[in-house]
Design a protein around this ligand. Structure first.
Ligand code: ARG
Length: 232
């Protein structure tokens, strides 16, 4: 099979969706973060060349991978059954739950899902966080017209600060990162028990090399160093 952009098998072109710190975000115009470092380390240890990163909407990542525009998704993407019907995932590299993030400057402090009744709630389009919001609509906790979808989580967090939404549902480590830098706080956690994996095409045999590299990165302490660098 050909690499992304019709390139060679020796190059792995990674794709992501920034605005998801500390996994992937831009700093001085540069794409940085835990996923960026981990993916680059895994690709090069597996013996491939790291192609130029593509930064696109989260919901475009899987189509882009299957259209050969990119070869690997590194985007804090949760391994789900539905996605596994479309793409393959590497071994899991990070565990996460969802959190309900609210403004710390308003007195809306929900303690459980039922407290969200009547609230305006947002999430990024195509994410598992959006899936939780949809579940709350189905369960009758939220009204469908009170749901807001965002192309990226930075815009969602801004809307939360501005009071345009009452809460957003986002992965815990990202919520904590927003809470460190903005006037927002985690109200409560939804225990979804998600595992992140890198996505690759189902017919791309290079996934085995990436898995071997990930195992090595974990065994030799490089993984822990990256965790310390980006999460502590
Ligand atoms: N873990 C969630 C999911 O897989 C959210 C990922 C969002 N990632 C991003 N880079 N914006 O749906």
């Amino acid at each position: 099979c050909l690499g992304g952009n019709g390139g060679s098998d020796d190059v792995i072109v990674p794709g992501t969706n920034s605005g998801f710190a500390p996994f992937e975000f831009t700093q001085g115009g540069e794409l940085v973060g835990f996923d960026i470092d981990l993916a680059e380390e895994a690709i090069s240890r597996a013996g491939y060349e790291v192609g130029d990163w593509t930064d696109i909407d989260f919901k475009s990542l899987i189509p882009s991978l299957n259209e050969d525009n990119i070869d690997l998704i590194a985007a804090g993407m949760t391994i789900t059954d539905k996605r596994q019907q479309q793409i393959a995932f590497t071994d899991p590299y990070y565990e996460s739950n969802q959190s309900v993030l609210v403004s710390s400057e308003r007195d809306f402090s929900p303690e459980s899902e039922s407290d969200l009744s009547g609230a305006i709630v947002g999430a990024q389009s195509g994410t598992t966080g959006e899936g939780e919001v949809e579940r709350l609509v189905e369960e009758g906790v939220l009204d469908a017209e009170n749901v807001r979808q965002y192309d990226n989580y930075t815009l969602a967090a801004q809307d939360l600060e501005n009071g345009n939404v009452d809460a957003i549902v986002v992965d815990v480590p990202v919520a904590q990162n927003f809470a460190d830098s903005r006037a927002v706080e985690v109200a409560f956690i939804i225990e979804t028990g998600e595992s992140f994996g890198f996505g690759m095409r189902q017919d791309d045999d290079r996934i085995q090399d990436i898995n071997d590299a990930l195992a090595e990165i974990e065994e030799d302490g490089t993984y822990d160093d990256l965790v310390t660098e980006w999460f502590e």
